[in-house]
Design a protein around this ligand. Structure first.
Ligand code: NOJ
Length: 567
């Protein structure tokens, strides 16, 4: 059960003991986790029926990607009704049952909120299209006249994150071309205008709707995109998202977003239960650089967590990982927040495949991997992925896991083009395979239809045959399996209080070995990750607690992480 009172613990403060500061949160992508009705698409009753898997894994909470009413043009990130469940996923009663069952099992439930845009099938957007330019209905979105003599050019040079212009032109009732509207993503995802107070009021009411249904928090989609620079000026040409400050782009990380999150923080704090560990939390999906700017999102009066995507994108190179970890820890320490680590999610190539390339060539974000691309080395990728996870789960702070990574699932890189559903594929004119490869339904039982995903063979994306041997039932109780590794790591992490510990680097190791100690409740835990080319000795007398692979001859092989109690 949740919310056990403990001493003078306040539910509303940044108390060091608050649950979210070291929580491990498991992302379920509802389409692809468990299908109860055999239509090939996962659903809420399916999730509820499988929650014990998360208890056995040892996570603290589950984050559900959107399951709201949606035409599913962007797999549910195009919301037509923020307050209802799409029939493909179930009903509101199913959502309530899921939350109640999770709470009974001691799991918290985080849901997604998508405040940057709606679906073009949302009642507001339909009304806007049916209304005159300049009307109150249009003022909820970013409608503008086009440039050029006849308004034939988009209002500015912004590009959609999925490829192509970020503007689409409307057609007036008489059939003539009309105004343009902004969509940072697909044309079916019109951006809301956050300078309009009605928008903020509506989204706050949506937060309350789900808090009243007892959810434990929200992951905020495109958290850095809500506020656009005044006047919607052209953005810089040749902006390099890998190195340049995000705020140089007029659509991201604008100062005004922080006011929104201060208001949201006050709102969720109203729902905390004094004397119980029941903080409702807010976690930003914000692809923001530099990392000090990202830390602004987790200042004491703003959000609780913000994914550290810089760490996710760091290549498998010891010196770079060390810098990334240091910057990750110092940036949030400056504002008194924990760091939020993550290696995989539904938008990036799974880390078991990303790490199966030479370090600098690993592909990360939405471009995906197609059958014609160079293929990752699956054994190398899995080995490094296990080492990377063991590294991440030793770090102080909270961590997010993505469904299937506990099975070592690789990206599905050979999906046929006709199976692709990510709008990136079409919008990039078939140059980016997109994100479908990390969204394939997960395997539960090797010898059942759809590997146990559902009662039939139907799956909305085809499952690679390699998923059979990675099914939960093939790994459960099997020494050395990735599933058992994750269970061990999560148990030891909890027992040793690693998520609440202090990290100190040990400078004795060779340069291509990461070596540090995390001092938590149970004393010091030493961690070594070998990114070099030779095995390194484990100090004699060490008591090994967990290792991402076998440790022959008391040495740490290449691409392996070990946790131990020093002699
Ligand atoms: C980020 C989400 O994670 C991604 O899946 C989605 O396509 C975009 N935001 C747009 O909502």
């Amino acid at each position: 059960m949740l919310g056990t009172p403990s001493g003078d613990q306040s539910g509303t403060t940044r108390d060091d003991r608050a649950w979210w500061r070291d929580a491990v949160i498991y992302q379920v992508y509802p389409r692809s986790w468990a299908d109860s009705d055999g239509d090939g698409i996962g659903d809420l009753p399916g999730i509820t029926s499988r929650l014990e898997h998360l208890v056995a894994l040892g996570v603290d909470a589950v984050w559900l990607s959107p399951f709201y009413t949606s035409p599913q043009r962007d797999a549910g990130y195009d919301v037509a009704d923020f307050r209802d469940v799409d029939p493909i996923f179930g009903t509101l009663a199913d959502a309530d049952a899921l939350v109640a069952r999770a709470h009974d099992l001691g799991l918290r439930v985080i849901v997604d909120v998508v405040p940057n845009h709606t679906s073009d099938e949302h009642a507001w957007f339909r009304e806007a299209l049916a209304s005159e330019p300049g009307s109150a209905a249009r003022a909820r979105y970013l409608f503008r006249d086009g440039r050029g003599d006849a308004g034939e050019l988009p209002p500015n040079n912004w590009q959609s994150m999925f490829g192509g212009p970020a503007w689409s032109r409307t057609t007036s009732p008489d059939g003539s071309p009309g105004q343009w509207y902004l969509h940072l993503f697909d044309a079916s995802q019109p951006d809301l205008d956050w300078t309009n107070p009605e928008v903020g009021d509506e989204l706050e009411s949506v937060l309350r709707f789900w808090l009243d249904r007892d959810v434990d928090g929200f992951r905020i989609d495109v958290a850095h995109g809500l506020v656009k620079a005044d006047g919607l000026p052209d953005g810089p040409e040749n902006f390099d998202p890998a190195t340049q400050a995000t705020a140089l782009q007029p659509m991201f990380d604008q100062p005004g977003v922080h006011e929104i999150y201060r208001a949201w923080r006050r709102l969720v704090d109203e729902y905390a239960v004094p004397g119980a560990d029941r903080d409702r939390i807010l976690c930003a999906e914000a692809w923001v650089l530099p990392i000090d700017s990202l830390a602004h999102y987790v200042r004491p009066d703003e959000l609780h967590q913000s994914f550290n995507f810089s760490f996710l994108m760091t290549p498998w190179i010891a010196s770079e990982l060390r810098i990334s970890i240091d910057e990750g820890l110092t940036s949030v320490a400056a504002v008194g927040a924990p760091q939020t680590w993550v290696l995989s999610n539904h938008d990036v190539v799974r880390h078991a495949s990303r790490l199966g390339y030479p370090p600098q060539a690993g592909r990360t974000r939405s471009e995906g991997i197609g059958p014609d691309d160079p293929q990752p080395d699956p054994a190398l990728g899995l080995r490094r992925a296990r080492a990377a996870t063991a590294l991440m789960l030793a770090l102080p702070g909270s961590a997010y896991l993505y469904q299937g990574e506990e099975l070592g699932l690789p990206e599905a890189t050979l999906l046929p083009d006709e199976a692709r559903q990510d709008p990136t594929w079409e919008r990039s004119n078939h140059t980016s395979p997109g994100r479908d490869g990390c969204r394939v339904p997960v395997p539960w039982e090797a010898d059942r239809p759809s590997f146990g995903f559902g009662p039939t063979d139907a799956t909305w994306l085809p499952q690679p045959q390699s998923y059979r041997d990675l099914a939960v039932d093939r790994q459960d109780g099997v020494d050395g399996s990735t599933l058992e590794l994750y269970r061990t790591l999560l148990r030891v992490r909890r027992d040793r209080g690693l998520g609440r510990g202090e990290l100190t680097w040990a400078d004795v190791a060779p340069a291509d070995v990461l070596a540090f100690e995390v001092t938590g409740d149970a004393g010091a835990t030493a961690v070594l990750t070998n990114l070099g080319t030779e095995p390194v000795p484990i100090p004699p007398g060490s008591r090994v607690l967990a290792a991402s692979g076998p440790l022959p001859d008391s040495a740490l092989p290449v691409d392996t992480t070990v946790w131990f109690v020093p002699a």
